[in-house]
Ligand binder design. Structure first.
Ligand code: GAP
Length: 451
């Protein structure tokens, strides 16, 4: 099965709900369009993706700092960043039912027109609609101030540029990365996690000296880095592509922009952006805040506003694309099965431990021992959880784990209890999710086999 199966999205949405990955937000109250809640397994999957980002873009590097800025920011920040004026989508209104839709989304327009069956739909002229979510802070009407929920997590980094300089004394080039929620009043949220109103981003702002960047050295470096990182989520090379934005497609802050795109059932769609933001943000914040956001190079005795090379990815979009890529239907042992072919570094469960039979206390006792020791190992190595399952027959237990993408199932059977069957060593079976093959492994080697 490829990503082009026309029912793939529906199958993934259904699996997500059924198996505790993702639910519609506040569902028992009728839900909110473009808002989703993560269940137990979705939370683990999302956590693993974020951890992989944090490790590779921040923790393992000497030239990048991590930070975590607030979601609420004064409206003035967004005037400075250009979002108040320019962060807009074109909106049209159906003259029959007054529903508002994005003018630049032909699928949404076609769906809407089809809903009116034989009636001829007429649309209003497009108007610009600003995507920033507004709210107010303060206890009394008089003292209330306008604030925005951040439309991108980026500005939290730029407004702290001087704080990081003054407290950490970094040498250019250096980066600041963070992960956090962003909010956009999307006109037509659609396609499950693809276009939401509340979502999470993982970003790096990498500050470079303009003269050094004339040949696009760091821009090319981060494009490649982001590409390799995205592939590491478990994608086949042919499922992804890199595409440069045309000049009329670029965001207001970008001098150059490339997207990593994924081949979804809705066509090629943006997964990740690499933007050359030049000095747009720091210059504008210097002007609007009256705080000098330049960098002084001590060695060269040179003062300048750095350029910013940005890597920006959606966490939820990565979750969705990983699930679309991993969803597989095949036949195993003559039976149809559904499984998630997830990369083992992001699977929500690392391994499942089973006693072959639930009603044999000696098997259950040994299985519990194995489970406890692996659980401890997984915790110390910050891996996804190990689970214990003795419910139902062994075939069903395998299928349940396959469906959530667990890479390994470990079964404690009667041979485990009788070391004479394997040259005096206690062994268990380890089943591989993708091939369904089982091999006998010494308990003393288990940690190495699955970790
Ligand atoms: N700081 C740059 C920035 O925000 P963007 O291309 O608007 O750039 C970056 O967003 C990433 O955030 C996108 O590549 C996408 O993965 C994710 N994203 C953007 N809007 C989204 C939405 N409405 N729902 C889910 N993810 C979204």
């Amino acid at each position: 099965m490829g990503a082009k199966d026309s029912n793939l999205m529906e199958k993934v949405i259904s699996l997500c709900k059924r198996r505790g990955f993702i639910y519609p937000g506040s569902e028992i109250y009728g839900g909110l369009s473009g808002i989703y809640d993560y269940g137990p397994l979705g939370t683990e999957l999302r956590h693993n993706i974020k951890q992989y980002f944090w490790n590779k873009f921040i923790a393992e590097r000497e030239d990048v700092y991590g930070m975590s800025a607030a979601i609420l920011m004064p409206a003035r920040v967004w005037e400075a960043s250009g979002h108040t004026e320019l962060f807009t989508d074109p909106l049209v209104e159906c003259k029959i039912c007054h529903e508002r839709i994005r003018a630049d989304q032909p699928e949404a327009i076609a769906d809407h027109e089809a809903g009116h069956k034989k009636e001829k739909v007429e649309w209003t002229e497009p108007v610009k609609f600003n995507l920033l979510v507004e709210t107010k802070l303060g206890a009394s009407e008089k003292s209330k101030i306008d604030v925005n929920l951040r439309g991108e997590i980026t500005q939290g980094v730029h407004v702290n540029f001087k704080n990081v300089l003054d407290s950490m004394h970094p040498k250019i080039p250096f980066g600041i990365g963070q992960i956090g929620k962003a909010f956009r009043n999307e006109i037509t949220p659609r396609d499950f996690l693809f276009r939401q109103r509340e979502f999470e981003q993982m970003e790096l702002q990498f500050y470079v000296e303009p003269k050094e960047e004339e040949g696009n050295k760091w821009f090319e470096y981060w494009k490649q880095f982001a590409w390799d990182w995205y592939l590491g989520l478990g994608f086949k090379k042919e499922s992804l592509r890199l595409r440069q934005h045309a000049s009329d497609e670029r965001a207001h802050y970008a001098k150059d922009a490339w997207d990593i795109e994924f081949n979804t059932p809705m066509g090629w769609k943006e997964a990740w952006g690499i933007h050359h933001r030049a000095d747009w943000d720091l210059k504008r914040h210097s002007e609007y805040s009256n705080v000098d956001l330049s960098y002084f190079d001590e060695e060269r005795k040179d003062r300048f506003i750095p350029w910013d090379i940005e890597c920006s990815g959606g966490v939820d979009r990565a979750v969705l694309f990983v699930l679309l890529e991993a969803y597989t239907e095949d036949e195993l042992g003559g039976e149809p099965r559904t499984y998630l072919k997830l990369a083992k570094n992001i699977a929500p469960v690392r391994a499942a431990v089973f006693p072959l039979l639930k009603n044999k206390p000696e098997l259950v006792k040994k299985a519990r021992e194995v489970y406890e020791s692996l659980k401890l190992e997984a915790r110390t190595k910050s891996l996804a959880p190990i689970v214990f399952d003795d419910n139902g027959n062994i075939g069903k237990r395998y299928r349940r784990q396959d469906e959530i993408g667990t890479p390994y199932c470990i079964t404690i059977d009667f041979d485990t209890l009788d070391p004479s069957t394997s040259s005096g060593q206690e062994t268990v079976t380890v089943r591989d999710r993708d091939s369904g093959e089982q091999k006998r492994v010494k308990i003393s080697d288990l940690k190495v086999s699955i970790i």
